[in-house]
Design a protein. Structure first.
Length: 116
């Protein structure tokens, strides 16, 4: 299983970005997919998770601004990020938890930089 994250970039405060995480297998293989982020010098932080039942949960720091979703036809997880702030600057990594075993797969990071 491989996860390929993309969509990062440089954006001004208040702007938006959409991150994508494309899986090499059908996403129904997973019961959870989500995003973490890691800023320089800081611990990795959980951002959002989307469960196969259709529920989504968010860290308080992004609630109301970020939306996680999936497209099963494209085997892709998305993170729509609106009203971006300086503190959202980080490398964003996608994860997927295998149904049954619970094994977690990690994608590589995609860098988001919020700066004026």
């Amino acid at each position: 299983v491989q996860l390929q994250a993309s969509g990062g970039g440089l954006v001004q405060p208040g702007g938006s970005l959409r991150l994508s995480c494309a899986g090499s297998t059908n996403i129904f293989y997973f019961n959870r997919m989500g995003w973490y982020r890691q800023a320089p010098g800081k611990q990795r932080e959980w951002v959002a998770v989307f469960s196969s039942g259709g529920s989504a949960n968010y860290a308080d720091s992004v609630k109301g601004r970020f939306t996680v979703s999936t497209d099963s036809a494209k085997n892709t997880l998305y993170l729509q990020m609106n009203s971006l702030k300086h503190e959202d600057t980080a490398a964003y990594l996608c994860i997927a938890d295998e149904r049954g075993s619970g094994r977690r797969y990690w994608g590589q990071g995609t860098q988001v930089t919020v700066s004026s």
